[in-house]
Design a protein around this ligand. Structure first.
Ligand code: CP
Ligand code: NVA
Length: 308
């Protein structure tokens, strides 16, 4: 089999709309095999190295279980138990690891760090979350939307809360897949559209009042007020974000069949009330499960290209 050219998934827009369409269809096939206990071992003998510089539950379990289910194996590294914690340059780490494994997933701080790793990597690199983006989560979220509601094109997603890695990834997805993103963040925490790296921001609208962002929305989504790496700002953020809690009033002004999403982990009573996240419009457990299926499709695509 001819080698597939090295492709990375460092931000959402690294895949085209056409490739995303393929990926979501393939995810459905892979998920069906999983549910029916049918083996789907397309990555036999391949090895995934995972590098975590921040904590994780979902990303670790979904990538690790996913690679084993595809017939491959996994190596789990953290800053503390690798030479990364003792200042080995990221490029040297990348040169070494990528001569030994077939694919790498990294969760780290600055996006520039994963870009530096990828720039010298011989194998595909996947962003498992940086300060700027969380593209695997948005793959899972959009697949979840498709499962529940069909195409996301032309829909409106309302983002309430912090202008963080999740929001910036939603903004890229909106441009690629043709949906609108209504954004409401507190004063002092405005979205920086330049960070999203958009060609055109005509699909983005900003609102001072979160209720206005939610009016008529098809999907309401939020995330923690304090992301990993920003813990020192926790107290001031709690105060600033108090009115940016997704609650029943916000859900009430959205479309009657609106869904609620949250990448998790969640803080009930902060960014979302318990009645919303545990209520009938919430699909957060499907989102979490779909990390597994969509990342299996992603690893397969990056290593093998399109499969039938
Ligand atoms: N949503 C998400 O990435 O979760 P973890 O931090 O648990 O991996
Ligand atoms: N925005 C959060 C997402 C966690 C999955 C963070 O970066 O901590």
């Amino acid at each position: 089999q001819a080698p597939v050219p090295v492709r990375h998934f460092l931000q959402f827009k690294d895949l085209s709309a056409e490739e995303l369409g393929y990926l979501f269809e393939r995810t459905q096939v892979i998920k069906t095999h999983f549910k029916q206990y049918q083996p789907h071992q397309t990555l036999h003998d391949r090895t995934l190295a995972m590098v975590f510089e921040k904590a994780s539950t979902r990303t670790r379990v979904s990538f690790e279980a996913g690679m084993y289910q595809l017939g491959g194996s996994v190596i789990h590294l953290t800053t503390g138990d690798s030479q990364l914690g003792r200042s080995e340059p990221i490029e040297d780490t990348a040169r070494v690891i990528s001569r030994m494994v077939d694919i790498v997933m990294i969760r780290t701080y600055e996006q520039t760090k994963i870009e530096r790793f990828a720039s010298v990597s011989r194998v595909p690199v996947i962003n498992g979350l940086t300060n700027e983006f969380h593209p695997c989560q948005i793959l899972a979220d959009i697949f979840t939307w498709i499962e529940h509601r069909g195409s996301i094109a032309g829909k409106t997603v309302a983002w309430v809360g912090d202008a963080n890695n999740m929001l910036y990834t939603w903004l890229q997805a909106g441009e690629l897949l043709g949906f609108k993103v209504n954004v409401s963040t507190p004063p002092g925490y405005a979205v920086d559209l330049a960070q999203a790296g958009l060609g055109d921001a005509s699909h983005v609208a900003t609102f001072d009042d979160p209720i206005d962002a939610c009016r008529g929305a098809d999907l309401i989504t939020t995330d923690v007020w304090t992301s990993m790496g920003f813990e020192a700002e926790n107290d001031e953020r709690r105060e600033a974000f108090a009115d940016w809690c997704v609650d029943a009033d916000m859900m009430a002004v959205a479309a009657p069949d609106a869904l609620f999403m949250h990448c998790l982990p969640a803080h009930r009573g902060e960014e979302v009330t318990a009645d919303v996240i545990d209520g009938p419009q919430s699909v957060v457990w499907d989102e979490a499960e779909n990390r597994l299926h969509v990342q299996k499709a992603l690893m397969e695509f990056l290593l093998l290209g399109k499969c039938d």
